[in-house]
Design a protein. Structure first.
Length: 94
């Protein structure tokens, strides 16, 4: 999608992410983040609709952010998720 057409601004930021689903736990990093979701760089390919728990951490903010999300698109080494828990906490991210 053309970056200029996005309705919500995305922050290009690399954060550590612990991702968990019903099959296991693994680590990844964010490529960008917005109030509604994020793009994750990961070697795991998930199906669209898969529910995950994310724990996002960075030296840029003092506390970890734990939230639930759903995969809305997937590609080799990339995963787009939308937050399903109240995303009213984006102030924590900047």
């Amino acid at each position: 999608m053309n970056e200029e057409l996005r309705r919500i601004q995305r922050l290009k930021v690399c954060c550590r992410v612990i991702v968990s689903d019903r099959y296991g736990v693994w680590t990844a990093v964010t490529e960008d983040v917005c109030a509604r979701g994020c793009r994750i760089v990961t070697s795991r390919l998930l199906r669209v609709g898969t529910r995950v728990t994310l724990t996002i951490a960075s030296d840029l903010f003092p506390e970890e952010l734990e939230t639930t999300a759903v995969a809305v698109w997937a590609a080799p080494e990339r995963l787009g998720v939308i937050f399903t828990e109240s995303a009213a906490r984006p102030a924590t991210l900047g």
